[in-house]
Design a binder for this molecule. Structure first.
Ligand code: XUL
Length: 524
């Protein structure tokens, strides 16, 4: 029992969430927005830079700089970091970080007198990291599938067909386009394992939750698959560390954080995992059959399942749960908050007017539909931006606002079918989950209650809970996952949004029309 810190390094910000497991409460929640602090220094917008032809990267040195700023903020606020017993973490999934042979020594000798960014500037064999929004690797996806014996073989081996944003295709592209820099790469990690390495002061392996988003991990054994590595790039086994079991601490925190921020020497570090796997834990989904929705930069619909059920149509992803036993089924949309913001900005509105538009317009939008592909879409696969309006006048701001939210909700229903789960309730998280009108649409489209939580940062909460669980096991207590998550995964009393029968009937009739429109304009 004690205090545990969860850190979530996501697309647009890095968040810290501190819990007190004795008092069973969240005691601090702090975020550093990348654009606010670093847009000039790193040239990013919405946390990323677009490099053309679908390539979307970010800057790993910026993530290190943001980590310092985050911890400094917690310290300045008077949080007693010496009481933190363990740190767990979460990272935007799939993004890859490439380090050279100087990394090990630089991490081991970090001086608390100087910022991370000044000490780590030379450790990268590639100064940018392709992230999950990158859609530039269709060729490499096809090559990897052929390399392992076909699409079905890759699906059976890794739990996933090849996705453009997954790490394996991204690594293959790097090897093909920058062979010299690839040869200089001593270590390839994911965003999660990179931030864990900064905190532990040594290279840390990828956990099975994030490893399953690479197209390189054997989903049955939760180890790297040599067959998949061979199909991806040469000498890859030498550049990856063995998979790090999610629940086993990798060691104490680096002296850097003890000296600079006052952490205790014995504060433990758990392997970090992906943001979606951490959200699974943060929302308390540790038993099969529960389903959640995350409305963030990406929108994701996910469920805890007990069997490694795969998506044969390639619309869904399968990850290992960081709880060590279950799996996570996930459908991921690239057009999440950035698409909602694109509509908000197109009509020069603020979020209050956005919400009012949802209140003023009827469910079903009088038949007006939108396919909201402001950027390339993952599900369904849409390689280039394409916004389609059907019975919808572009000059009607309110109807366009309803159309985008209904499109996102209807799509989440259509593309959840592969999970074969009867969705009887939805747990929601992410920034947009604070908006009750958006959630009302989801409750009516899925015909189930939608539960809201105290924090919209469920990935950071899940990271903190993973730290609590991992630390308590090291003390010899046999705490269960259920006991760990339960006090923190209670929905806010009175905040549940119930479905409304009349609106449910409207969407029941509309879902077929939406699916037809989607099929007409996409290859799916
Ligand atoms: C999941 C995915 C996104 C990122 C967002 O497969 O690509 O949800 O994890 O950070």
């Amino acid at each position: 029992m004690g205090k545990y810190l969860g850190i979530d390094s996501s697309t647009q910000s890095i968040t810290a969430l501190l819990i007190d497991s004795e008092r069973q409460e969240i005691i601090a929640e702090e975020s550093i927005n990348f654009d606010t602090h670093f847009s000039t220094a790193y040239g990013i917008e919405n946390g990323v830079f677009e490099r053309g032809e679908g390539a979307v990267h970010s800057a790993p040195l910026m993530w290190a700089e943001a980590l310092d700023l985050l911890l400094q903020t917690l310290k300045d606020q008077g949080h007693c970091l010496s009481q933190v017993q363990a740190i767990g973490g979460s990272g935007q999934q799939h993004g890859t970080v490439y380090l050279n042979s100087k990394a090990t020594a630089a991490l081991a000798s970090l001086s608390p007198e100087r910022l991370l960014k000044d000490q780590l500037v030379d450790i990268f064999s590639r100064t940018t990291s392709p992230i999950w929004m990158d859609t530039s690797t269709a060729t490499q996806c096809a090559e990897i599938e052929i390399g392992v014996g076909g699409r079905d073989a890759l699906l059976a081996l890794t739990g996933n067909t090849a996705f453009e944003r997954f790490s394996g295709p991204q690594i293959r592209k790097f090897h093909q386009t920058e062979p010299d820099a690839y040869a200089e790469t001593a270590y390839i990690g994911l965003v999660s394992s990179y931030i864990a390495s900064l905190i532990a002061g040594k290279l840390v392996g990828v956990d099975p939750g994030d490893g399953s988003g690479t197209n390189m991990m054997n989903i049955a054994t939760r180890q790297w698959s040599q067959t998949a590595l061979d199909a991806t790039a040469p000498d890859l086994a030498d550049k990856l560390l063995p998979i790090a079991p999610s629940g086993q601490p990798v060691g104490p925190i680096s002296p850097y954080y003890v000296g600079r921020y006052g952490f205790a020497d014995e504060c433990l570090v758990l392997p970090f995992s992906g943001d979606n796997p951490c959200s699974l834990i943060g929302l308390g989904l540790v038993a099969p059959g529960q389903v959640a929705l995350s409305l963030g930069t990406s929108d994701t619909l996910f469920a805890c399942i007990d069997q490694p059920r795969t998506s044969k149509t390639g619309e869904g992803a399968l990850f290992a749960s960081p709880d060590g036993t279950h799996y996570m089924a996930l459908t991921c949309y690239l057009n999440g908050s950035l698409a909602r913001e694109a509509i908000r900005d197109r009509y020069q509105l603020d979020w209050n007017r956005f919400t009012e538009a949802l209140q003023h317009t009827p469910p079903g939008n009088n038949g007006g539909l939108m396919l909201p592909y402001f950027a390339p879409e993952i599900v369904p696969n849409v390689p280039s931006p394409n916004v389609v309006r059907h019975n919808l006048d572009e000059s009607d701001a309110e109807a366009n606002i309803r159309a985008i939210i209904e499109a996102q909700a209807l799509s989440s229903r259509v593309h959840a079918a592969w999970m074969e789960i009867d969705i009887t309730s939805l747990y929601v998280t992410g920034g947009a989950s604070a908006n009750a009108e958006i959630l009302r649409v989801y409750a009516n489209v899925h015909n189930c209650p939608v539960h809201r939580f105290e924090t919209t940062n469920s990935a950071a909460l899940g990271a903190a809970l993973r730290a609590a669980h991992g630390h308590q096991l090291t003390t010899g207590s046999s705490v269960s996952w259920q006991e760990t998550v339960e006090p923190f995964s209670q929905s806010i009393p009175g905040s549940t949004i119930e479905p409304e029968p009349a609106a449910v009937a409207v969407y029941e009739a509309l879902v077929g029309a939406y699916e037809k429109l989607e099929k007409k304009h996409t290859s799916g």
